[in-house]
Write a protein of this length. Structure first.
Length: 767
């Protein structure tokens, strides 16, 4: 059953009210009050970040009840999470002074399940139907494939399930999927499987999460009297986070709202960042077209952030064309400008961020109020390593810590068994990963022999390849794997360990497993594995690395509650912190190239909304950082700052970059204070730095430096004028090379060892 409470039977009982029914309105500002008191007709509340959205939504619900416009069971309020639904119930109960009044408040899925259980027979189910989770869905699809002798490798069950769930998010039954989509999705086999999958669900009296709304749509379409019943019952509809609705949710709401037409949707088009899981920003953008005579209320007064943070965020999001438009403001005084910090590479980015976090903590700022936000999960590793080195406790929000992630544990298990053949736990974890057809029977046989003779599982497995205890196919597969481990072990002495690690993961098929997977999380998992290969570069050998991992895993003190928060930008939505560090704002990382490739301009606008969400998490301090060089997928890449940095309004940002790293449109003067380093004065792309900004200069910017290359500048800080195509140069990271082409402050260079690279001219020395 759903988690919603039953309706009250005593409908004739008078509604209890606080003595002063208007007291709860006095805490609202003018626009919040308008959103609460505009009761009749369609209302869209555009609630910017930190503008009191939850207060408006709950107060509006309480106001409708207190003024006698409707009773609990005549109001439908839908949210996206159980936490939000619970919070709404508790707040309304507090305003009413009554405990236990629930009504129809819950998530889309919970409300859908509640309606469906009352009319299950109309869609071929019984009222006690089971709701399958994702794992059960995949298992059911596997069964269907086995029934037809279809190879799972050719048609991965998880990928097929993803296709089916996307169709359900769009409100499509097997009969309404277009011919074009049906003949291409899943190699043309997904549509037939979808129909069989739905029939199988009915046979076992089950539904998946997508069905909870899809079946409701079918119910409302095929049984108009049932639809009319709910349209008449729900006098008022309240919808939270409307910008995150998918097509099925949108259609469901529109049908229910056609009765009394009193629908209030609260959301922020500037925070629509979940298209990858079906959210349609167009739902909120076309609200006024969908509902005639709609009232639009803009909540723009922000109670969270300082003026500079809000102005920077507003200036950035204003570059989006697909938005309804609003400008956040605050009466909070003071606050620093948004800092934009340019560093040499990702390691330095983590170092200066860690130093600044220590500085904030020394000034008595709670670590709980500090967050590091990244675009991709693999970026957390360098920050985790740095915080561990500093002894600063941290947590990863929305997922495990880097070395606790499934794909990292899998890869490390391969390294462990290569370095230490007796490691039974590692052997057992990966002996059939990727799947090699070594089933439970084979593993039980290996276990039995290992226990009987008190030998490692790998030794037992080798002995079994020489006997007939296991089937010939499994025996051949096992022998091949053991041979691979011996070969990799022999190469440990002659091959650089990061290269060997990559070879192991490629030859065992683990990399290919994630490359061919169409699961939503597959690209991120692959990025994490590649980041693991980068991490190996910092250690002398496998043994040192594995020892480091063991110490890191042991370094989590669960008794400490005050911790720095590490998370992705997607995971940060809805949260707020005093100090926020926004890392990796570079082209090729943010905006994310995969999003741009898949969705073009729409993808770019969603990435910009993601940047806006990140900025508006900050209450007192926001720091954006970018690196001129970064190792991505194990390869060094020179980078230019993200276009989003150029889109920030100049008056509200403070550039704190080493000379030559930022070639933006603005002219910057020396900032008033440093970011863990001494800073340099620079203008545009001119100037060269060294030793992280410890610079001696004369003659309008003639700069000498060291550390990242002994560089000498010329008048006005310009680069060596003699740098030209064909010239031999030296680069601190990539070594010697020859210039292939020049483009302003950027050079394309053929390095003798690193291959062709694009680098900043500021970090090149003529030789």
């Amino acid at each position: 059953m759903s988690d919603l409470p039953d309706l009250n039977d005593d409908a004739n009982q008078p509604l209890a009210r606080p003595a002063n029914t208007s007291a709860y309105l006095k805490t609202l500002n003018e626009t919040q009050l308008q959103a609460v008191e505009t009761i009749d007709g369609p209302v869209l509340v555009l609630a910017g970040a930190g503008t009191g959205k939850t207060r408006v939504l709950t107060t509006r619900l309480a106001h409708i009840l207190l003024q006698g416009h409707a009773r609990h069971w005549e109001i439908l309020a839908v949210t996206f999470t159980n936490k939000a639904a619970s919070e709404m119930k508790n707040r309304v109960a507090s305003l009413l002074g009554i405990a236990g009044e629930g009504g129809w408040v819950g998530t889309f899925h919970a409300i859908g399940a509640r309606i469906l259980r009352s009319h299950a027979e109309c869609v071929g189910l019984k009222s006690n139907f089971t709701i399958l989770d994702a794992d059960d869905q995949v298992r059911l699809i596997k069964q269907l494939l086995e029934n037809h002798d279809i190879d799972e490798k050719k048609f991965p069950p998880r990928a097929l399930n993803g296709i089916i769930q996307r169709w359900k998010d769009k409100g499509l039954t097997p009969e309404t999927v277009s011919d074009a989509e049906g003949t291409t999705a899943g190699g043309g086999g997904a549509l037939g499987l979808y129909a069989e999958y739905q029939q199988r669900l009915r046979d076992i009296n089950a539904a998946d999460f997508g069905d909870l709304l899809l079946h409701c749509l079918t119910l409302f379409k095929d049984e108009p009297e049932i639809l009319k019943k709910y349209q008449a019952q729900f006098k008022y509809l309240l919808v939270d986070e409307y910008q995150d609705t998918n097509v099925a949710q949108y259609l469901w709401l529109r049908l229910l709202a056609q009765g009394h037409k009193n629908i209030c949707c609260v959301g922020d088009d500037d925070q629509s960042i979940y298209s990858w899981r079906g959210a349609e920003v167009e739902n909120i953008l076309r609200f006024e077209k969908d509902f005639e005579n709609a009232t639009v209320v803009r909540l723009e007064r922000n109670y969270r952030s300082t003026p500079h943070i809000l102005a920077a965020a507003s200036g950035l999001i204003d570059h989006n064309e697909g938005r309804l438009g609003k400008t956040l403001w605050t009466d909070i005084n003071g606050g620093d400008k948004v800092r934009v910090v340019g560093v040499w590479d990702g390691e330095e980015e983590a170092r200066v961020t860690g130093d600044e976090i220590e500085s904030l903590h020394a000034k008595r700022q709670n670590l709980n109020q500090i967050a590091v936000l990244v675009r991709a999960g693999f970026q957390t590793r360098e920050f985790e390593e740095r915080l561990i080195t500093l002894g600063v406790p941290y947590r990863v929000i929305g997922g495990p810590r880097f070395y606790e992630r499934q794909e990292i544990r899998d890869a490390i298990a391969y390294f462990r068994i290569t370095a230490q053949p007796e490691d039974d736990l590692a052997f057992e974890r990966i002996v059939n990963l990727p799947k090699r057809g070594l089933g439970p029977a084979t593993l039980q046989t290996i276990h039995r022999l290992a226990r009987a003779e008190r030998i490692p599982m790998a030794v037992a497995a080798r002995r079994l390849t020489e006997t007939d205890e296991i089937k010939p196919k499994a025996k051949a597969t096992l022998a091949g794997l053991l041979d691979d481990f011996e070969r990799w072990r022999d190469e440990m002495g002659s091959m650089h360990h990061p290269e060997l690690a990559e070879k192991i993961l490629n030859e065992c098929g683990y990399i290919a497993m994630w490359q061919t997977s169409t699961a939503l999380e597959a690209p991120g998992r692959l990025d994490n594995v590649r980041e693991l290969l980068v991490a190996l570069e910092d250690f002398e050998n496998f043994q040192n690395f594995l020892e480091h991992v063991s110490l890191v895993m042991e370094n989590d003190d669960s008794t400490v509650t005050d911790k720095v928060n590490l998370m992705t930008l997607h995971g940060a939505k809805g949260l707020e912190f005093d100090s926020v560090f926004l890392a990796g704002w570079e082209e090729g990382l943010f905006p994310h190239p995969r999003t741009l490739d898949d969705s073009g301009l729409a993808g770019l606008e969603e990435e910009r909304r993601l940047a806006y969400v990140g900025l508006t998490r900050a209450k007192k301090m926001a720091t954006i950082s970018f690196a001129a060089n970064r190792r991505i997928h194990g390869k060094w890449q020179s980078a230019v700052p993200s276009r989003f940095i150029d889109e920030l309004p100049q008056d509200h940002i403070d550039i704190r970059s080493k000379p030559g790293l930022y070639g933006g449109r603005q002219t910057f003067d020396r900032p008033s204070s440093g970011f863990g380093e001494r800073q340099a004065t620079f203008r545009g792309t001119h100037g060269q730095g060294a030793d992280h900004g410890n610079i001696q200069g004369a003659d309008h910017g003639n700069i000498q430096g060291a550390d990242h290359g002994n560089i000498q500048g010329a008048d006005h800080g310009t680069n060596e004028p003699s740098l030209q195509t064909g010239q031999r140069i030296f680069h601190q990271k990539f070594g010697y090379g020859k210039i292939l082409s020049t483009d302003g402050g950027k050079l394309e260079i053929a390095f003798e060892k690193a291959g062709n690279k694009k680098v900043m001219a500021s970090f090149v020395e003529a030789v």
